[in-house]
Every structure is written in structure tokens, then in C-alpha cells.
Design a protein around this ligand. Structure first.
Ligand code: MOS
Length: 743
């Protein structure tokens, strides 16, 4: 074995990225390519009363203006990919005169240059009959999500024991409401699609975390066979969930390209990326905890409502984690949706968990304070033996070790439990902590491996790499399975005609695609062995396969001192490249036997200036039980990114909608605040050793989401510890700390 797994090589695509050789969707160019710009509705609800396209049509460079009046009626066949809401119907673009939310596309302008298209798009006059949109969650009916009516992670109602009664009978109670603002993903790379038709064949160079789904979606929208659509996306400049679904701009690019019979590039502006490409839904949650004086939970109630659009039900696992996180005999969870005149929300890093765990972990901190107990100690006292909601064992759960390692690295034992008791000069210091968790997903994935005659290897899977280092980690997996150095492997991804893989989201790429790559490599070795035996000559011709074995990258006879490397075997077997495919996916029996989750503990230090109430996160220490770590360097990098996202969620990120028309008023990077380098202190991630033979063949649990979950509550709890002020809404800002006057 080359032992690539567990080592920390640098990114195999690092050079291509820093030299600009790596091409992102917006970088692709085709002959005769022109530019399209989307025009979004400027009312929050209503209908289009008129569009004056003729005036704009005469502007320099303008080739076409496409609106609902001249757009083709598209097939919009039913298609629900793994990432699309199960209930409701996706937005049909330019198919009618209705406006469902602010920013809904009402026209596309196509011109020779981007400047001309932008100018014309601004000049296009659209008249509306507007009506007031419903935007307030408190004013909306509480809807039981259709998907939540059956068992699963987004189950609407779930209970064991009698949580209400136990709450009333408990020694100590906490019962509070928590609110989280809408957040937008704001990756550096903006959404872009280059569409080109050749007859009824469509090629898309498009930013996507799920190219095979984008292929299926566009085929369904245009009513053409999926094999007529090809989606290409070799690189992604961050996405965090916003490129999982195929949003309207992809269809618009294809409509425009067909209309003008030329390749069309459509890139959304930063502002437009706040309109129709998903967002973390606003949530309102209630958590009530009851406990004995000894700090044992007796009751846990978690009720949460998330916003969704009027045309689709976006559901996430908002309350799911509360049913297994701690030992508690009486638990009731309830999940509802508020249908508003907004575009459909979507998955955003740690979807559901990040929001739900915030409420639960803040409530746990409030309970610890009420019990005058250390917050880590409270959690230890409620560590469950098994998953009490499913009544089955955890495949592995190293949470107690995470508390140990995290507390030790952080220096938690030096904490004074009393709020406002710790200072550094005039600064108020707060130390807070929270638990983190994310499920282990593992879905059907496929991969193809080709051994070339020179002994180098091509590995292909549809897959994506939005930043975690898929290129590198898959190269490690293939190198290990084949016993080759990493530089003999070329891993390719991001094409819909490569073997299909699940969405590059839900922290499942390492588990799913990694296991498929491994399976393909093992299948290739079997095939090479069979070919060596079947060859008419050569050292293995006609030999009983039982006497053959692989030793590193060589096939050896165990009864004789004879061996051959890959290149020789391929030459002996006819001199043509040898190909094999492999697939992997969860075995339902194992999946039903165990509860599979990653767990972690996050510790935060904040410093608050009592004069101006600025909040600075000085340190974050996370300790994670995430199974096998394939590449510690990349794992550390993932966790750093997740922590930065968590700081944004805790202290900065909020998309503000104008209450009159639903316009996102801060749809730009000046006012949609995200952390910058100056906001980031010391970030540390530690991985506790964890071997889990049940989760998947690689024993990995995934690291994308868990690194963000738990960060915001750890910070909120630290803010309370520093100030004595409990802020129950995110983001926490200076104005939250103005009452109560810390000094
Ligand atoms: Mo992540 S929200 O699963 O792309």
C-alpha cells in the first residue's frame, strides 16, 4: 500500500487554481458567444401589465429580448432530483405573467457584449399590477410539511413519553424562543451558465454541485432525452449548497441560446444571487427543557418553524437532532412551515442542523446556568447510551472524548462559571461551548477507472469539488486501492457523462464517491488478474488464480518468484487500456441497525469591549469524532471554513427584506456582512481517533457540515458568559448588547 489515506498531501489541483489554469463556469468561451442579463421583477407580488421590449431592442448590440410574451412554452416535465423539494412545483420561468416574489425573472436581454446587455436590461421598462406580498412569518399560517407526515429526518411531529407533563413536574425549567435571520450563501464564485445548442443537443458549462441532476432537470424542462444534455463543471469557487439545485438562470441561459441560435453566457450579479438561488430559511424555534436538581433532563420540547415559498415546500432537519442528542425520557418535537411570497429556500451548510442545534445548545446553556452547573458537565450527565429516538445503537459516538479533547485544548478548566467574571484589561471575556452533530450520509455513487498502457490511471466520477479537496482525496483513495503513488492517478470530475454520483452536499462525497472509487479500483485489479490468467502467454497465462495475489502495485505468484506491474499486465493482455467500473451505496440492513452521526464539541472565547459593545471571537476550538480522516490538512481546512461560516452566522449574516415588497435591501457585499480576515482569531480543529466499520467501506463520516454546526451557539453562550445578556436571535449585534449596560 502506498498509504496515501491519512497522509496530508497538498491539493493536486492547487497549481491549476493559483495559476488561473483552472476554469470556472464563467471562464468558458465558445465561438460566437454572446451575453444574457436577467431582468428581475421589482414588485413583491402581482402580475406583469406590460413590457416595452421594442425600445430596448433598438439599443446598440442588443440581439433579443425574451419575455413571457415570446418565450417558448417549455415541457416542464415532472422531475424531482435528490435535492429538489418533494412537494410543490418548481418555478417555471417566462411561462406566465405572474410575479411570485421580488426578483423573479421577467425577461432576459441578449446582446453582443456584457455591457450592452446590462445597459439594455436596466433600460427595459416593465409595468406591474402589484399586490402586497406576505412576508411575515408570524402572519403566516403554520403548515405541516407534506414530507414531514412520514417518518424521517424532517418528520413534523415526533414524541416519546409525555414531554408536556414532565416539563410541568420538573425541578428546573427553561422555556425560550430563538430566531435566526435569513442567510444567503455568498460564495466568491457567482452563478454562471454558458449554454450552447447543437440541433436538439444542449451543452451547459455551468456552476453546479450536482451535474447529473442539472442534466436531468434541463432535459425535463425542455422535454428532450437526458442523453441530449451535457453539463460540465470542473471547478467551483465555493457554493455551500447554493449550487445543489438547478435554479431558473440555467433554464434562462438555455432559452436565450436557443432563441438567438448562438452560445449564451449568463452570469448572475452579486445582487441577483440574492433572488432565485436559495437561502437559509428564517426560523423561529421554541425549546423547553425540564431537569432534575441533579442535572438530568426529564423533558425536552423543540418546536420549530421555517419559511418556505408558496410554490414549494423546502424542508430541513430543523428539530431532528433534539430527539437523539441527549438522554431524556420525555421528548416532543414539532416542525412547521410558513409559506411566504419569497423564492424557495434551500440547503445551506449544516442545513437544519445549524439552526436547530443553535436553539437546543443555547437552551442547554441556559439550563446549566439555572442549575449552576458547568455546561460541559451538564452534557456529560445527559450522554445517552444509544439513540433513544430510534432505539438503536450509534455506529460510533465519541462525543465524551470530544468534550475531553476540546476542553483540554481550550483550557476550559480555568473558566469561572459566573457571567461577567472574566476580564482582560477592560475587555469582558466570555467562554462558551456547544455540541455539534451531523448525520452520516452515504448514497449510491459510481466511478470508472482506466488503466493506461503506461501504467498510469484515469479515474472518473460525475462528482464536484466546491472546495473540500475532492480531486485530492479521491486521488488518495485510488492510490491506496491500487498501491500506486498519487502522481500516477488522474482523477476527473464535473461532467454529467461520467458515472453518476449523489449531490455534492450533505457531507457525503467522501463516503459515497470515495467508496465508489475504491470499488472501481478493486474491480480493475480483479479484471487485470483475470486478463493476466486468460492471456495466451506471459508469466500468469493459464495459472490458477488462487496462486496469485496483489502486492502493492504488482501481481505476484505465491508459489514462484514471478511478478508483474500494471503496465506489463496491460501489455500482456493485448496492449489496450483496461477499464472497470465500481459503485457503492448504503446497505439498508446496516442502515437500519445503527444510528449514524458525526459528533463534535465547540469551544469559543469572545472579547467584548464594554464601551462600544463590539464582539470579537478570539478563539474557537473544535473537537470532532468524524470517523477516519483521509487528509488531515484538508480536514483542518474544511473545519476552518466551517468555523468562519459559523462566526458569520453568529455575528454578521442576515438578509434583510423590505417589508413592503420583499426586496433584499442588503443584496451586496457592503451590507451583507461576512467575516473578513480581521474578524478571525485563532481557529483550531482536533479529530479524535474513531474507527467506525459500519458507516461505509472507507469508515469516513464527512466533515463539511459538522464544522459549522455548533459554532453559533458556542459563540452566543460565550457572549452570555461575558456580559450576562442572553441574546436569542441571530446574528448577535452590538445593538443587542445596549440594554443591560455591561461595564
Ligand atoms: Mo451543503 S448545504 O450540503 O452543499
Amino acid at each position: 500500500m502506498s498509504g496515501a489515506i491519512g497522509n496530508a498531501p497538498t491539493r493536486v489541483d492547487g497549481r491549476a487554481k493559483v495559476t488561473g489554469e483552472a476554469r470556472y463556469a464563467g471562464d468558458f468561451r465558445r465561438p460566437r458567444q454572446v451575453h444574457a442579463v436577467v431582468v428581475g421583477a421589482t414588485v413583491g407580488r402581482g402580475r406583469i401589465a406590460g413590457i416595452d421590449a421594442a425600445a430596448v431592442q433598438r439599443l446598440p448590440g442588443v440581439i433579443a429580448v425574451v419575455t413571457h410574451l415570446n418565450a417558448p412554452k417549455l415541457a416542464y416535465r415532472t422531475h424531482k432530483g435528490a435535492i429538489d423539494p418533494a412537494f410543490g412545483e418548481r418555478l417555471h420561468v417566462l411561462q406566465d405573467d405572474q410575479v411570485r416574489f421580488f426578483g423573479e425573472p421577467v425577461a432576459i436581454v441578449v446582446a453582443d457584449t456584457l455591457d450592452q446587455a446590462e445597459h439594455a436590461a436596466l433600460a427595459l421598462s416593465v409595468r406591474y399590477q402589484a399586490s402586497p406580498p406576505r412576508l411575515s412569518m408570524s402572519g403566516a399560517a403554520s403548515v405541516v410539511p407534506e414530507a414531514g407526515k412520514r417518518p424521517g429526518r424532517s418528520q413534523a411531529d415526533r414524541s416519546r413519553g409525555d414531554a408536556g407533563k414532565a416539563l410541568g413536574n420538573s425541578d428546573v425549567q427553561v422555556d425560550e424562543t430563538y430566531e435566526i435571520a435569513r442567510e444567503n450563501h455568498t460564495p466568491i464564485e457567482l452563478h454562471a451558465t454558458l449554454a450552447e445548442w447543437n440541433g436538439d443537443r444542449l451543452t451547459l458549462w455551468s456552476k453546479s454541485q450536482f451535474v447529473v441532476n442539472e442534466q436531468a432537470e434541463l432535459a425535463a424542462v425542455f422535454g428532450i432525452p437526458p442523453e441530449n444534455v451535457e453539463v460540465v463543471c470542473p471547478f467551483i469557487g465555493g457554493a455551500f449548497g447554493t449550487s445543489l439545485r438547478t435554479w431558473p438562470h440555467v433554464t434562462l441561459a438555455a432559452i436565450a441560446a436557443r432563441h438567438v441560435q448562438r452560445p449564451v453566457m449568463l452570469a448572475l450579479s452579486r445582487r441577483q444571487s440574492f433572488f432565485t438561488t436559495g437561502h437559509r430559511p428564517r426560523t423561529i424555534q421554541r425549546v423547553a427543557l425540564g431537569a432534575s436538581r441533579a442535572g438530568k433532563l426529564t423533558s425536552l420540547v423543540h418546536e420549530g418553524t421555517g419559511e418556505t415559498s408558496r410554490y414549494e415546500q423546502f424542508v430541513e432537519a430543523l428539530t431532528a437532532n433534539s430527539s437523539f442528542m441527549y438522554a431524556c425520557p420525555n421528548v416532543a418535537t414539532r416542525y412547521r412551515l410558513a409559506e411566504l411570497d419569497i423564492s424557495t429556500p434551500t440547503y445551506m451548510r449544516g442545513p437544519g442542523e445549524a439552526s436547530g442545534v443553535f436553539a437546543l445548545e443555547c437552551a442547554m446553556d441556559e439550563l446549566a446556568h439555572a442549575l449552576q452547573l458547568d455546561p460541559v458537565e451538564l452534557r456529560r450527565r445527559n450522554e445517552p447510551e444509544h439513540d433513544e429516538s430510534e432505539n438503536r445503537p450509534f455506529s460510533s459516538r465519541s462525543l465524551l472524548q470530544c468534550y475531553d479533547v476540546g476542553a483540554e485544548r481550550f483550557g476550559w478548566s480555568r473558566r469561572n462559571r459566573i457571567p461577567r467574571s472574566m476580564r482582560d484589561g477592560r475587555l469582558l471575556i466570555g467562554w462558551g461551548m456547544a455540541t455539534s452533530t451531523y448525520p452520516v450520509l452515504f448514497n449510491q455513487a459510481n466511478a470508472r477507472v482506466r488503466m493506461q498502457v503506461d501504467g498510469t490511471v484515469d479515474v472518473e466520477a460525475a462528482a464536484s469539488d466546491m472546495g473540500p479537496g475532492t480531486y485530492t482525496s479521491m486521488t488518495q483513495v485510488a492510490a491506496d486501492a491500487l498501491g500506486l503513488p498519487m502522481d500516477r492517478i488522474r482523477f476527473r470530475l464535473g461532467r454529467s457523462d461520467f458515472p453518476a454520483t449523489p449531490p455534492h452536499g450533505g457531507s457525503q462525497t467522501m463516503a459515497s464517491v470515495g467508496s465508489a472509487v475504491r470499488a472501481a479500483c478493486l474491480a480493475l485489479k480483479t479484471q487485470l488478474l483475470q486478463q493476466a490468467v486468460a492471456a495466451s502467454r506471459g508469466p500468469f497465462a493459464g495459472v490458477d488464480p488462487i496462486t496469485l495475489a496483489w502486492k502493492d502495485a504488482r501481481l505476484v505468484r505465491t508459489d514462484k518468484d514471478v511478478s508483474q506491474g500494471y503496465a506489463d499486465i496491460v501489455m500482456g493482455a493485448g496492449g489496450k487500456p483496461v477499464e472497470a467500473t465500481g459503485s457503492a451505496g448504503r446497505d439498508p440492513e446496516t442502515a437500519n441497525r445503527y444510528s449514524m452521526h458525526a459528533f463534535g464539541a465547540v469551544f469559543a472565547e469572545v472579547a467584548i469591549d464594554p464601551a462600544v459593545r463590539t464582539i470579537r471571537v478570539r478563539r474557537l476550538v473544535g473537537a470532532y469524532g468524524a470517523g477516519r480522516i483521509v487528509n488531515p490538512r484538508l480536514a483542518q481546512s474544511q473545519c476552518t471554513g466551517g468555523m468562519v461560516g459559523g462566526i458569520g452566522m453568529a455575528l454578521m449574516e442576515a438578509t434583510a427584506l423590505d417589508t413592503r415588497d420583499g426586496r433584499p435591501v442588503n443584496a451586496h457585499m457592503a451590507d451583507y456582512l461576512v467575516p473578513v480576515n480581521l474578524d478571525i482569531g485563532q481557529l483550531e480543529a482536533h479529530f479524535v481517533p474513531e474507527e467506525d466499520p459500519h458507516v461505509n467501506p472507507l469508515g469516513v463520516k464527512g466533515l463539511g457540515e459538522i464544522a459549522l454546526v455548533g459554532v453559533a451557539p458556542a459563540i452566543a453562550n460565550a457572549v452570555f458568559h461575558a456580559t450576562g445578556i442572553r441574546v436569542r436571535s441571530l446574528p448577535i449585534r452590538i445593538d443587542h448588547l445596549l440594554d443591560g449596560a455591561p461595564s
